[in-house]
Design a protein around this ligand. Structure first.
Ligand code: ZN
Length: 430
């Protein structure tokens, strides 16, 4: 029988669940057999043919803890140095698509559940294990489907999911992160109207492309209002303390303080995005022919909002910069979601993290700039926390392989995740 998280992960990687089309039934069938072999009953809920969600329960009782992960992965793409679906284990590293997102966490959650069952731990409550479909394409066949059709199956007091940043070392101090929220999306289409005429006599018309260019230039100067939610303030203040920066954090100096984070540019800019709405015009379309003055032009803008901001706020902000020459149409709106760090669940996760990673580590909350399935749980009132716990000495460059090439995770980190989950379940359900 497969007993180590690395072997479970290798098996999971070899089950190709690239979404689309997903084929998450491959993972569900594998998990059913594995859980069966240790006497844990489970069920598979298909939202559509081959789009399977796997749910298993340990123990019984009113306290409920959910271990959530998703079984689909994004396409591998080209340029890998190894077969993305080999699941090879070499020199303490497991290689392949999904190693970090999210089959590594899944393997640790499976391993933790098998360990709890194997040790015969009697739980004063229910541990729910859910491996769900379709996270990478919006969750319609996965958690969204479950929450709409059978929410009681995964309803819990709180959930542990993906979404936490991997640890970071600053000034020799190791920092672990717990994700407490996710920014929302408020994608918008901008449209300018003009009057068409022959390009040789442009003064007869009104050029919609020129109008749009003016509007986008104004938007390029957009100065987002700084909004420091308490968890993000705490995060930045603690990072500054570790860096030895004495200046107290304010909305006015946040950008200057963040510039002190020289260890990791990606992390620094993620932090910056945690303090404000971001606006990025990414697609522009207008005109049809060199000799025709265009009568319309459109631009697609990626807008990400913080907990506490909404669609109305976005519209007012855009109007402030664009004036009324530009039509603004909201599309693809998803509200930000948030679970407070001022909860006993958060504190439990924090204390167990210190227990497994060492008392000298720091544990800090953060919010993500993108979304995971946690949003469906939070929207249904279930607090969800994201972890990206890794072992000391993990290869920090590997974090950039999520959705990229050469995805991999070290074996020690898989064991640390599993250890964390076992202890968390024992503590909460004791
Ligand atoms: Zn993921």
């Amino acid at each position: 029988m497969t007993v180590n998280p690395e072997h479970i992960l290798a098996d999971l990687i070899r089950l190709n669940t690239v979404n689309p089309p997903g084929n998450e039934n491959r993972v569900a069938g594998y998990l059913r057999d594995l859980f069966n072999s240790v006497g844990i009953s489970s069920e598979i809920i298909e939202s559509e043919t081959n789009r399977a969600n796997f749910i298993a329960k340990l123990g019984s009782g009113s306290k409920r803890l959910l271990f959530l992960s998703h079984s689909d992965v994004v396409p591998a793409g080209d340029g890998w140095d190894f077969d993305p679906f080999s699941g090879e284990i070499k020199n303490g590293v497991v290689y392949g698509r999904g190693a970090l997102d999210c089959k590594g966490l899944m393997a640790a959650q499976v391993h933790a559940a098998l360990r709890l069952a194997g040790e015969g731990v009697s739980l004063n409550g229910t541990l729910i294990f859910a491996a769900t479909a379709d996270e990478e394409k919006g969750g319609a066949f996965g958690v969204k489907y479950l929450m709409e059709n059978c929410p009681e199956k995964i309803r819990a007091d709180f959930a542990v999911n993906e979404g936490g940043e991997e640890p970071l070392i600053i000034n020799g101090q190791m920092i672990y992160f717990i994700q407490v929220g996710e920014k929302g999306t408020a994608w918008s289409t901008l449209r300018s109207r003009g009057k068409s005429c022959h390009g040789s006599i442009p003064t007869l018309g009104e050029n919609a492309v020129v109008k749009m260019v003016r509007a986008l230039n104004a938007l390029a100067d957009y100065k987002a209002e700084i909004k420091l939610i308490p968890e993000v303030s705490l995060l930045i203040e603690e990072l500054m303390r570790i860096k030895g920066v004495k200046e107290p954090l304010t909305e006015d100096n946040v950008d200057r303080l963040l510039n002190c984070i020289e260890e990791d540019e990606g992390f620094r800019e993620t932090l910056r995005a945690m303090t404000r709405m971001t606006v990025s015009p990414n697609v522009i379309e207008g005109g049809s022919k060199t000799n025709v003055v265009p009568e319309s032009c459109s631009a697609e803008v990626d807008i990400r909002i913080l907990p506490g901001q909404d669609q109305e706020y976005v519209l007012l902000e855009l109007q402030r910069y664009l004036g009324n020459e530009i039509e603004i149409e909201a599309n693809n709106y998803a509200a930000p979601t948030f679970s407070t760090a001022q909860s006993s669940y958060y504190r439990l996760i924090e204390s167990v993290t210190k227990e497994v990673a060492g008392p000298d580590i720091n544990c800090l909350p953060h919010i993500s700039t993108g979304a995971t399935d946690s949003r469906f749980l939070r929207n249904a009132g279930i607090p969800a926390y994201g972890i990206g716990h890794m072992a000391r000495g993990f290869e920090s460059e590997a974090r950039n392989t999520v959705h990229g090439k050469n995805e991999r995770i070290d074996v020690a980190s898989l064991h640390l995740k599993s250890e964390f989950l076992v202890k968390l379940a024992k503590k909460y359900l004791s």
